[in-house]
Write a new protein. Sequence first.
Length: 403
Amino acid sequence: MKVGVLAYRFEYYTYTRILVGIVPDVEYIKVHDLYTFLTLAARRINSAARRQLINHFDLNNQFNDFDLNKIDLLHLFNGISYGKTPWVGGFETILPRLRSILPAQHGRHPGFEDVPNRLVVKRAFSALAGDACKFIHAISECSAAMQLDLLNAFAEYGDAISKKMVVKHPPQTRLMETYQKPELPDGGLNFILVGASFFRKGGMEIVETFRDLREIHGYPIHLTLVSSLRVDPYATAETEEDVTIASRFIRENQGWIHHYDSLPNPEALEKMKEAHVGLLPTYADSYGFSLLEMQAAGCPVISTNVRALPEINNEDVGWLIEVPKNRLGEAIYTTTSDRQTISTAIRQGLERAVHEIFTNPSLVAVKGQNALERISREHDPDHYAAWMAEIYRAAIHQQAVRR
């Protein structure tokens, strides 16, 4: 079987994580299409102009090769295909993933009723409802709920699309058999955060709260940061001044903070295996792949409760920080006041968890072992591969698939 995957996304982390190479006897083929060339052209124009003259967000999430690629099936993630070649679409938030629709999930009162019913939107829904689209894979229950909420606002497509939707969490290989962690000379614990967007992942709250806990309570906290200090204004609205402050803070605390802008994934996984507790006190994440990896490395994780995180983290395997959310599970970070409320909740949640950890250190091993067992039970790669193979076969042969 030949399954087509977008060439320029073939090695993207999410694609390699849940799609490319998953089914052993499938040949995954790099495919190109009209929107690929339009996207590359837009990026080159923007690069030459040194500013964004063309917003290519929608171009990234549409596909049309006019059925010229010789494949049996097309597998997209966050994308829509307009051709006749059978296709499967995975997604993390909603489909179609278009600029005119995504903002409707945010704020205190989210809703898709006022989404502009433009030609591009109707065309995308028609493609999802059409015969070529065989299955829609939601990677979490939260994603599925968002999709159903969206379909309520586009009722004419609702039945045709919703009956194609299946929910399956991503796979994760267990990185150690039983809980085993190194002992630090000072009897301390190593906490770890892995994620590109330092501020959105709660990085500033982590370093400042941990500094206070070290100074006030004398906790022997060590912190490994694998995160880039750059402006990514989504959710947290940080500035270049914030980057400067964070950089200086980390430099001044190198005795207990070890910072890497980035690491290849295998090296990041090794850092997780050496760590005792994982961190993802995030403002906004659609899923939380680093959380799975930390659990697979025996790290109980301190996370917020946004989006899919309560589905993969709980007080038996880690610690959950409650933050204000809307009915779709998205944190409410619209205003400066909203963001300050989240920041305060994260700081208080980190304090609670760290106090509990150093008051009863055995909890780390107990929750770490529970996390390992949860990964084996809920994210088994072999089970996921068999499920994906069934999806592929069913898509080609027009069969039903187990849900």
